[in-house]
Design a protein around this ligand. Sequence first.
Ligand SMILES: [Zn+2]
Length: 381
Amino acid sequence: MTKKLYYENSYLTNFEAEVISCEPYKEGFTVVLNETAFYPEGGGQPADEGFINEAKVSHVFIKDEVIYHVVDQALEVGSKVEGKINFERRFDFMQQHSGEHIVSGIINAKYGYNNVGFHLSSDYMTADVDGELSEAQIKEVIQIANEAVFKNVPVKATVFENDKVKDKTYRSKIELAGKVRLVEIGDYDTCACCGTHVKNAGEIGVIECINWERHRGGMRLTLLCGKRALEDYDQRLMITREIGNTLSTKTEKILEAFMKQQEELNNLKQKVASVTNDLLIFRAQDYIAKGETCIMQEGLSGDELRKLCVLMAELGNKVYLVLTQQDGSIKYALGSSKEDVRPISKALNTVFNGRGGGKPELCQGSLVGEISAIKEFMKIY
Ligand SMILES: [Zn+2]
């Protein structure tokens, strides 16, 4: 059984210990010490990283109360070593973990929902609760959570014998070998937890919920605390500044300017659609007047290709083939209001290595070959 120094002091970064065992493991070794400040992965919190002497600690796990450090170099059994954890990384986890407790505690007290999932990694943190919350409710919860931070309420972790917590109300009924470790954060939350926490809520800095979605009958909240929240704020500032510069607008007027631009864009789209339609009608009339039945028109979209062909078939009494180049291949629309064009489409596909088909009055597809050869082929129809 390894003595857990992180339980007594979550701020301990350097410690001395004795090597109990060192065994080969994957590409490296697992080292067991008599005591350690390295937190092993568990309770939703990732393992610590750092060094034991010169050996790099890449992972830490616990099995039957023994803590194993995964290292890249062997350490001599029986020797005294110095452990050093990456505290910047650990403190980030402490900020996130304590922040999550406050949020889950407030949701539990206010709405009776339980935390049913907790994920913490170097990139993001999510907390799942088993009930639905509205945007306004989440905002209120976050506001109260930050009050706890501003009040700098103490965070107290205490290990109790099982029978001593019978009368206590706390979240997450987990017990550790007949004992329960309770993390109390002022009046905001009491929860059984084996993770590492800050000493005072003020160290969390700020708590923010940046995303929420329905998840398994409840909600999944994506939370940011401390430095992560600050970095997120910096990034959002940069984005709004860039957009503001592009729109030549002050940050506070961005949304208004964006909505106005959207409206202008929609009006333009409608205008372009109307002009394009008029142009297609004009072209169809022009081609019919000139007696053309097989035409090549550059730059048509799939929709415009079909429209032009349908218009020509409606105006004329022959079989009409409209071609356009798209993504390096020839797209076609073949139509007639008098004749079933499907056999012609089939013949085109066979001769010009094409694909496609459709209804008796309209077929669409793609062909491979020379435009002049396709025009020549169509002369028989
Ligand atoms: Zn916890």
